[in-house]
Ligand binder design. Structure first.
Ligand SMILES: *[C@@H]1O[C@H](CO)[C@@H](O)[C@H](O)[C@H]1NC(C)=O
Ligand SMILES: *[C@@H]1O[C@H](CO)[C@@H](O)[C@H](O)[C@H]1NC(C)=O
Ligand SMILES: *[C@@H]1O[C@H](CO)[C@@H](O)[C@H](O)[C@H]1NC(C)=O
Ligand SMILES: *[C@@H]1O[C@H](CO)[C@@H](O)[C@H](O)[C@H]1NC(C)=O
Length: 417
């Protein structure tokens, strides 16, 4: 397929994207020059600059929609998106309404510049006409095509990812976070969500030790914009009633594993408690996990850290303040596991044994030997996760309803523990 460059040159498909953007902006600049920028009032110049800004934003929106120009061309059905699955008239409808939206936006933008900076009506008309003209010339495709067929979209996306930029196809990272209601819960989850917002293709499994989801958590998760799953998994009564240290977070993590078994096919998962601090490099590194990867965790136990011991680039044991006969004396935040590896081990599970959760789980991944551990963090020379251990706070005192019944405090108190 060939696309005619507005300057009259023919260019190949692969050039299109590179050419189209400068072309639109150049033409815009020419338009403005033709209408003689020197004769404009300073305020009008500001207006024109604002208008160019609007156009750039509109344009970038197209780019971010992930559509290449050569993949979609309403005038050339042979290369239309979804040509195989989607009736063409539907695509045309989409295109027409989409073009109309863009043209309306152009008119509105110019109108805005006119209102604020006083463009002459002539200049206003010229700008509108030229911008629409340029928009049509570059034949920017409608992202609505992508919605036309879910199936086709997926196929195209995968293809696109491999043809445009192979590094874009990143397998998912499942982050399993057990949590429970306590004064620090929401602030901890906020901190953690901010970390995850910086991680690509992450799927956050937040699992509460509760019978029903906590409203505050539901509301919070909904606002993060992250891809998440909000699940509940109360600790079984027999462990809850036990005296001494309870196997906290086990029902939650096993619920997370159950979700992964049912819903995931590739990628890596990681048990990330809500009170830890995570180096962003951690997420980059664990993505490559083939079986089980491990790395140093700071601020744990009396040794101050927990890490595999590495000698000459090879695993040679574990360093942890509390070994207690554990085969894998590691911290919960110190390892990541491949989803495929887990799926091949249908019996793998975390035992309800306080202090032995990590060891029990890693043992249940048998066949798996310590020498198979993938050492991350530059041969375990860098700490990738920190066991922060936030200070525990007492639940807050009850609110004096006589004094504060009709104040904001009532609503605020519902948000804290
Ligand atoms: C989540 O957000 C959506 C849209 O922002 C809203 O419609 C929905 O009611 C929210 N759900 C909860 C549980 O807050
Ligand atoms: C798998 O995912 C679906 C959709 O999110 C969910 O409804 C279902 O409960 C999940 N399965 C398990 C076992 O968690
Ligand atoms: C780990 O150590 C081995 C042996 O010294 C070396 O070959 C390798 O490059 C190191 N890897 C990293 C990521 O530093
Ligand atoms: C899983 O456990 C069941 C029951 O204990 C056992 O029969 C089966 O062999 C185990 N499967 C694997 C792959 O270890």
């Amino acid at each position: 397929m060939r696309i005619i460059h507005p300057s009259g040159h023919k260019c190949s498909i692969t050039d299109t994207l590179e050419i189209a953007k400068p072309t639109l902006l150049m033409s815009l600049a020419c338009t403005i020059k033709k209408t003689s920028i020197d004769t404009m009032k300073p305020s009008m110049k500001v207006g024109v600059v604002a208008l160019v800004g609007v156009c750039v934003i509109l344009y970038q929106y197209h780019l971010s929609a992930g559509v290449r120009f050569d993949q979609l061309n309403a005038g050339d059905p042979g290369v239309s998106y979804g040509a195989a699955n989607v009736p063409n008239n539907e695509l045309e409808d989409d295109d027409n309404s989409y073009n109309k939206i863009i043209e309306d936006k152009i008119r509105a933008a110019v109108q805005w510049v006119q209102n604020v900076h006083g463009l002459s009506p002539d200049l206003q008309n010229i700008l509108v006409a030229e911008l629409i003209n340029q928009f049509r010339k570059t034949r920017i495709p409608s992202p609505l095509h992508l919605k036309a067929s879910e199936d086709f979209k997926l196929k195209q996306r995968t293809q696109e990812v491999t043809t445009i930029n192979p590094s874009e196809k990143i397998p998912p990272l499942y982050v399993i976070t057990p949590t429970y209601r306590r004064p620090e819960q929401i602030p901890e989850l906020i901190r953690m969500s901010h970390t995850l917002m910086l991680v690509e293709n992450v799927h956050w499994l937040v699992i509460e030790d509760a019978k029903v989801p906590t409203k505050e958590v539901t509301k919070f998760l909904n606002r993060t914009g992250l891809r998440f799953q909000h699940l509940t998994a109360p600790m079984p009564a027999k462990y809850k009633q036990k005296k001494g240290v309870k196997p906290r977070g086990v029902s939650n993590r096993n619920r997370g594993l159950k979700w992964i078994r049912a819903n995931a096919t590739e990628g890596v998962f990681y048990f990330a408690d809500d009170d830890n601090t995570y180096d962003l490099d951690l997420f980059t590194q664990i993505r490559r996990t083939k079986k089980v990867s491990m790395f140093p965790v700071g601020l744990c136990t009396k040794f101050g850290l927990s890490s595999p011991v590495v000698k000459d680039g090879k695993f040679s044991g574990f360093y942890d303040g509390w070994v207690a006969g554990r085969r894998f004396p590691v911290d919960m935040a110190g390892f990541a596991v491949s989803v495929k590896f887990l799926l091949q081990r249908p019996n793998a599970t975390m035992p309800y044994r306080a202090g032995f959760e990590e060891d029990g789980f890693l043992r249940s991944l048998a066949p798996f030997e310590p020498r198979e551990i993938e050492l991350l963090g530059d041969n375990c020379t860098r700490i990738l996760a920190w066991h922060t251990q936030t200070k525990k706070n007492e639940p807050s005192a009850a609110l004096d309803m006589k004094l504060y019944r009709s104040t904001n405090l009532v609503e605020l108190k519902q948000q804290i523990v």
